[in-house]
Design a protein around this ligand. Structure first.
Ligand code: G3I
Length: 467
């Protein structure tokens, strides 16, 4: 049965409501049952959990196929929709692989994020050798043909990919820029909009997860496209290095949301120097958790797509020798710690009980002020991830929590919490988006600590004060 994205979500919305309050959204909801797959958890949040898929593996590996169908509600073709795959020579289109992926998605009630129309890589030399009007005509004709073919079947497109360079936010010096000037971006979006008016149109790039010169340039381009009604979202590829989720990632995504755009994590992986040890795999889980939490917390984040299924399938070792193990599954398809972290960040896993008390059953608030607790989510030898919960006993417009570590524990990075966080005594306040909490409701924050090797991650008593 063909289920497009909107239909799939309408079906699911009748089944599950989710503890979004536990994700810092301040909304009151409840679980119907445990969500034990990424897909089940993400469906409950009305978000995509996507994966980049290989045509060959979908064709030839039944276990891979089953896992993709079970765990993900959105697919991106890792290579099959790129120009070299779809139009290898002028006017000769080959859609066998792309069609098979879209058919698979429809058979399994999954949406498709299209990748990509205009890129400087994986574009055949016959295109790269064109210039001026001939190049523009080829681009328009290609976008029209591919977008028209999948109209109504592909929910969103990366219209342009990696158009900004890594150097001071300058435009990428590609054959597109040299042949057509910067206007090629607008032309590409105008063409895609006209070809499939209902698809969401994204600009996609890497190393723009934090606020930096490159993301600033993407922001400027996005503003221009928004003003022309041509852009719906920004794709943050998020090819990350272990332990390097930018501390300002959520705030950076928020500024694009503030332009009226969706945001999406389009190609998530976290690479590790191989061989990876247990501590590194745990750190990787924390990194994945954080990225998934950010998307869960932002109502306008459409989803998270991981760039491949098994570690052995990843592009990483080929491009970054000595690095690898960047995905959620081992080569035997067993789940890595990062899998559980993403599942939890999306509100699934555990007992299936909501991580906050459902509004329908919580006792009436008593007293005044607020109370706060900490819990250790995942410890490892030299660190741990904590979750904190603030409960409002009166209507709050802001809050401050404070505690003192009894031992060597020190916060290394935190989310949904700001202030003096790194010393023995921690004093942290709400972020811009989680300060308002209605009486009887809860909100959450989280952080990672470092600690002496082998020591216990303690759980200090927390004092909570309304702002
Ligand atoms: O299909 C040919 C095959 O016929 C040939 O025998 C083989 C020999 O090397 O190459 C095959 O093509 C490879 C293709 O993947 C399909 O497997 C290319 O060499 C290889 O370069 C290509 O790599 C892809 C890469 O994009 C190209 O730049 C990766 O799989 C893909 O994961 C990667 O994805 C990109 C995103 O599209 C954009 N963002 C960055 C991301 C990672 O680089």
């Amino acid at each position: 049965m063909l289920l497009n994205r909107k239909r799939r979500r309408a079906v699911i919305a009748g089944v599950v409501t989710v503890a979004t309050a536990a994700l810092g959204l301040g909304l009151s909801t409840q679980f119907a049952s445990a969500q034990t797959t990424l897909r089940g958890a993400a469906d409950g949040l009305n978000k995509d959990i996507g994966v980049a898929v290989s045509y060959n593996l979908l064709q030839n590996n039944a276990q891979y196929r089953n896992l993709v169908a079970t765990e993900f509600n959105s697919l991106t073709a890792e290579n099959a929709m790129k120009w070299d795959a779809t139009e290898p020579s002028d006017g000769n289109y080959t859609f066998t692989q792309a069609d098979a992926i879209v058919d698979f998605a429809e058979d399994n009630g999954q949406s498709v994020h299209g990748h990509t129309f205009v890129w400087h890589q994986q574009t055949p030399s016959w295109v790269q050798n064109l210039s001026g009007t001939a190049l523009q005509t080829a681009m328009i004709e290609h976008i029209n043909t591919v977008a028209n073919r999948y109209e109504g079947r592909v929910a969103s497109w990366d219209v342009v990919n990696e158009v900004v360079s890594d150097s001071n936010g300058a435009m990428r010096d590609s054959f597109w820029l040299r042949g057509l000037g910067e206007g090629y971006i607008t032309t590409a979006f105008q063409t895609a909009r006209a070809a499939d008016p209902n698809a969401d149109l994204y600009i996609n790039d890497y190393s723009i997860e934090g606020d930096n010169a490159k993301s600033d340039r993407i922001y400027t381009i996005a503003q221009g496209l928004v003003n022309q009604g041509l852009l719906d979202g920004v794709g943050f590829q998020a090819h990350l290095i272990l332990g390097q989720v930018p501390g300002d990632m959520e705030a950076n995504l928020q500024r694009f949301v503030d332009l009226g755009l969706k945001v999406r994590i389009t190609e998530l992986d976290v690479r590790i120097q191989t061989p990876a040890d247990a501590g590194e795999l745990q750190q990787q889980a924390n990194d994945y958790r954080r990225v998934a939490e950010i998307c869960a917390e932002l109502a306008d984040c459409s989803g998270v797509t991981v760039w491949g299924v098994r570690d052995g399938d990843s592009w990483v070792p080929g491009v970054f020798p000595g690095y690898g193990a960047p995905l959620l599954f081992n080569d035997d398809l067993s789940k890595k710690p990062a899998y559980n972290a993403v599942l939890e960040a999306l509100g699934g896993g555990g007992s299936g009980e909501p991580t906050t008390t459902p509004v329908t059953t919580s006792p009436p608030p008593t007293g005044s002020g607020c109370t706060a607790t900490l819990s250790v989510q995942s410890p490892w030898n030299t660190g741990a991830t904590y979750s904190g919960t603030v409960r409002a006993n009166q209507n709050l417009t802001g809050w401050t929590v404070t505690w003192t570590w009894p031992g060597s524990e020190r916060i290394s990075n935190a989310w949904s919490l700001q202030g003096n966080l790194t010393g023995a005594t921690v004093t942290g306040s709400n972020a811009s988006y989680n300060g308002t909490v209605a009486s009887g409701q809860t909100t959450t924050f989280g952080f990672n600590i470092t600690k002496a090797n082998g020591s216990t991650a303690s759980v200090p008593t927390v004092t909570c004060t309304p702002a």
